[in-house]
Ligand binder design. Sequence first.
Ligand code: ADP
Length: 332
Amino acid sequence: MAPFAPGKTVVVSGIQSSGALHIGNYFGAIRQHIALQHAHPSYYFIVNYHAMTTVQDAAQLHAHTLDAAVTYLALGFDPDRSNLFVQSDVPLLNELTWIFFCLTPVSHLEKGVAYKDKVVQGLSPNCGLFNYPVLQAADILIYGGTLVPVGADQRQHIEMTRDIAQRFNNRFGEHFPIPSAYILDSVATVPGIDGRKMSKSYNNAIGIFEEKAALTRRVKRIKTDSTPLEAPKKPDKDNVFALIKLFATPEKQAELREAYLAGGYGYGHAKAELIAMMLDYFGPARERRRELLKDMDYVHDVLRQGARNARVVADACMERVRKLTGLMTTYG
Ligand code: ADP
């Protein structure tokens, strides 16, 4: 497939391997990734360099990376249609990141919402966390990405990627297509059990493949207000209902909305409903996951092939970038 062809749609997106993938990742991103793979060439990568900003334990990083690959395959990723690989299998990415560092004002990164948010949460801001959007820009642009399916929380980072691509093109000559975010308006940022954005970094996530007992414990901890059982409740202000909406059919949603508004329906009832819906929704994928875990050679093969394809595109991109920027190769 020819990269960088004008007018061609190339889908690119990443997912962090900093913990088990959660339902925010699924509804914000993975579901769209799986849906788009049939329409366009696509590159989906497990961003283990990005994950290192928070995970600095080799065994954990390795395990989460493979777990992310298994999760994608279980949820319907088709390696014959699309590329799945591990970010660090394309180390050339770091060269492009450096070039982009030199084009990015520090003041832009200081405004990064994800960075600012993590600082507010008391997480230690290392340089990796601060520079995260620049590596993300390289991730998208090195494969000639034009369409980036992400959750609403990523809107600003994609704006930064567009800005970096434009700066490069203005300074060195037209090279990168300017990508667009693909964000479904129907999916707001999925709340975690504490009501903040669900994230692997906040210990507030509900894993896609959580086993029933663990899932039940997790859902029971979802923060609700103290409205008594018999009193009417406000579905649009409730975290449990926000999650139910992701899984329920429109008819079921309407039925539960009425139950909330009528009173006599408690948060405990809603939580039990949510657990049943989740187990049902991910049931077939859970089964596929069990099978895949018995055949990790296959999972490694998928990642290897994805990386091979990605490296061909990244090599071609960087050869041109070096020429455009005046970086030289004096050997070979
Ligand atoms: P995390 O914050 O859990 O580490 P990532 O940074 O790996 O998530 O994000 C991977 C994808 O999942 C991105 O496209 C992001 O927009 C999406 N995503 C992450 N959390 C949420 C959420 N709570 N709601 C909707 N989408 C989300």
